[in-house]
Design a binder for this molecule. Structure first.
Ligand SMILES: O=C(O)CCC(=O)C(=O)O
Ligand SMILES: [Fe+2]
Length: 426
């Protein structure tokens, strides 16, 4: 990746190449047979699902989904599925699209941007405060019950209800009490850091900026809480799948407009249940605005670029994809190229917030893992890629377990894993 680029080694936090493979997502599955009477209610189903053995590594961070009948779980596969023996993915036939739509993150045709020489900045890191987190099983699934106005008023009749997925674990009252003081301590510590640390912005390549430890702990906490709240409502988190039944190894929620991995289109409503995605909360938009301003200031200050907006055009987000990765989550190399023509043409940036466990993030000019650069995205990091980097291939190779800030976990009870928000302008 470095060929043709004029980087100072210190301007990147690239770990270099490794012989790693990001295979097709969501193919590792196993089955759990569920008791499925016609009277099965959403609550019963949740109870059954929650009774799966949390200590069983097979269930850890896997997202059971109610599968269409007859799908088989090969031996040794890892994803737990709840087999209702019922057709669930009642996607309208007219939605069926070409096979490329099945391959988000795995088989896009390269539309590479060329390498350009770019500005470089010294790498500076703030201190980290990472401590182990807890592990537990996670569950969510769609339910074939027809949506009634009561269950999800945003849903369209005749489509399945998607049961809520909670990105946070249930808190005990005692732990909440001691969490409060821990949080306060940590907040003071973080504020001190805010004052003492130097600017930790890095230009990874032209149009691609990493703002290390950018979101304050309080902002990370608020981000988790807001995503938890929205994620439990209509249009909330679900495990998206491809036409062939394979699942992405993450939970997704869209804000503003719904993006569907099968059609690769943004639309008003979600295909699987007809729900309307929530809007982008104002506080998120303010954070994006601040990150944009700071990245422009960074470019001006360190790179003597008079018009930073030529490098990273200004944007105002109206759509956002929120992903939650369990510790076995990942996302294949792909380009974000389903936004509006003008937005893509102008190179309006994607602004990405990371919260929770650290991700090994890959990026490069081709959809080839062994040619990609790798950078760690830690809790609070903001990554911006626009301009010449707008069409960069990128993906998540792995999530590093137990790497989230302890204070964040104490305050939010975020599940083991990573929350990522990518803001875009359609
Ligand atoms: O999780 C990340 O850092 C990347 C997410 C992403 O690329 C996407 O949602 O398109
Ligand atoms: Fe992406």
């Amino acid at each position: 990746m470095s060929s043709g680029m004029n980087w100072s080694p210190s301007c990147r936090y690239a770990i270099g190449r490794e012989p790693v493979t990001v295979g097709p997502d969501g193919l590792e599955e196993s089955h759990v047979k569920m008791n499925t009477s016609p009277q099965m209610t959403v609550e019963n189903l949740l109870n059954q699902a929650n009774s799966l053995d949390a200590s069983d590594p097979a269930n850890e961070q896997e997202w059971p989904s109610l599968s269409a009948s007859g799908s088989s779980g090969a031996k040794g596969r890892r994803r737990t599925r709840i087999d209702l023996g019922t057709q669930l993915w009642q996607r309208p036939k007219d939605r069926a699209r070409d096979s490329r739509s099945l391959q988000h993150g795995t088989s896009f045709i390269a539309n590479s941007t060329s390498h350009q020489d770019g500005p470089s900045l010294p790498t500076r890191f703030g201190k980290k405060h990472m401590l182990p987190s807890i592990r537990k099983s996670t569950l969510n699934q769609t339910h074939p019950a027809h949506a009634s106005g009561n269950e999800n008023s945003a849903c369209v009749k005749g489509l399945p209800v998607v049961l809520p997925f909670d990105i946070c674990l249930t808190k005990s009252r005692n732990s909440a009490k001691c969490n409060a003081s821990l949080y306060a301590e940590s907040r003071d510590y973080h504020n001190e850091l805010e004052h003492s640390k130097e600017e930790a912005g890095q230009v990874l390549r032209p149009g691609m900026i990493l703002l290390k430890n950018y979101l304050a702990l309080t902002e990370q906490v608020e981000t988790v809480k807001k995503c938890q709240e929205l994620g439990l409502g209509p249009g909330g988190f679900y495990q998206p799948g491809y036409q062939d039944g394979a699942k992405l190894r993450l939970q997704m929620m869209c804000l503003g407009l719904n993006w569907d991995p099968q059609t690769r289109k943004y639309e008003d409503r979600r295909l699987i249940d007809g729900s309307k995605p929530p809007g982008i909360p104002h506080e998120f938009s303010l954070l994006v605005k601040r990150a944009m301003t700071d990245s422009h200031d960074l470019l001006k200050k360190h790179c003597r670029i008079s018009d930073a907006e030529d490098i990273i055009p200004q944007m105002s987000p109206d759509i956002c994809i929120v992903n939650f990765y369990g510790t076995s989550g990942r996302l294949g190399l792909h380009q974000d190229r389903d936004e509006g023509k003008e937005s893509l043409h102008k190179g309006l940036p994607v602004v990405s917030f990371s919260v929770g466990d650290t991700a090994e993030f890959l990026y490069g000019d081709q959809r080839e893992v062994d040619k990609a650069e790798k950078v760690l995205l830690e809790s609070g990091d903001v990554l911006i890629f626009g301009g010449k980097a707008r069409h960069i291939f990128h993906g998540v190779l792995s999530i590093i377990p137990n790497s989230a800030p302890r204070a964040l976990l104490e305050e939010t009870n975020l599940r083991p894993g990573r929350l990522n928000l990518t803001f875009r302008q359609f």
